[in-house]
Write a protein that binds this ligand. Structure first.
Ligand SMILES: CC(C)(COP(=O)(O)OP(=O)(O)OC[C@H]1O[C@@H](n2cnc3c(N)ncnc32)[C@H](O)[C@@H]1OP(=O)(O)O)[C@@H](O)C(=O)NCCC(=O)NCCS
Length: 156
């Protein structure tokens, strides 16, 4: 299995839109847009992020688009995020993709936020060297309630 990152192409966006509208994925990620099925909001979001200095990458497995990963935010407060098509979960893809991404972006520290009960995402981050440094809570659109979240930090 060949896992690689590349720049985002316009033709990836409909694939991301489908991947990010999977109900189980939305529930897991929890902190999601208010209406993920709104294509106009999705397109406006991608227009903004592609014009920013965020690093957005498409994740390929053997040439297929299986998800996305990004580093975004203000200098000194950069956060990582990622999303994998549910059909590809549990094969080490997010872990490899995040390793490739943090190797490409030299800035440290890097931060990540995850729903406290998002065990898969927390495991991915820990395997890549992130450690829990804070706890918080916030309103999770995909759950319709306030939930606990963890902040993880990658220092060196
Ligand atoms: C979280 C997510 C990115 C993981 O992708 P993935 O490619 O399946 O991740 P990997 O296979 O690299 O690693 C997953 C790890 O978490 C573990 N894991 C997965 N689900 C778990 C669960 N419910 N409980 C405990 N561990 C779990 C796996 O066993 C694996 O650890 P291991 O290698 O020690 O066995 C994917 O599920 C996803 O896209 N979810 C929806 C979006 C999301 O939550 N994004 C992150 C927002 S913070």
């Amino acid at each position: 299995m060949q896992i690689a990152l590349r720049e985002v192409h316009d033709s990836d966006l409909p694939v991301f839109f489908r991947q990010m509208n999977d109900p189980e994925s939305l529930r897991m990620a929890a902190f999601t847009p208010k209406d993920p099925a709104d294509r106009d909001t999705f397109d406006a979001h991608w227009k903004r992020v592609r014009a920013s200095d965020a690093v957005h990458r498409t994740i390929l497995v053997d040439g297929d688009v299986v998800g996305s990963a990004a580093v975004y935010g203000e200098p000194g407060e950069r956060e990582v995020t990622y999303w994998i098509d549910r059909a590809y979960w549990g094969r080490g893809i997010a872990t490899t993709a995040l390793r490739l991404l943090i190797a490409e972006v030299p800035e440290r520290p890097l931060y990540a936020r995850a729903a406290a009960d998002n065990a898969g995402s927390r495991r991915v981050l820990e395997k890549c060297g992130f450690r829990v440094t804070a706890r918080a809570s916030g309103y999770a659109n995909a759950r319709g309630e306030e939930i606990d979240e963890v902040v993880l930090t990658l220092d060196a």
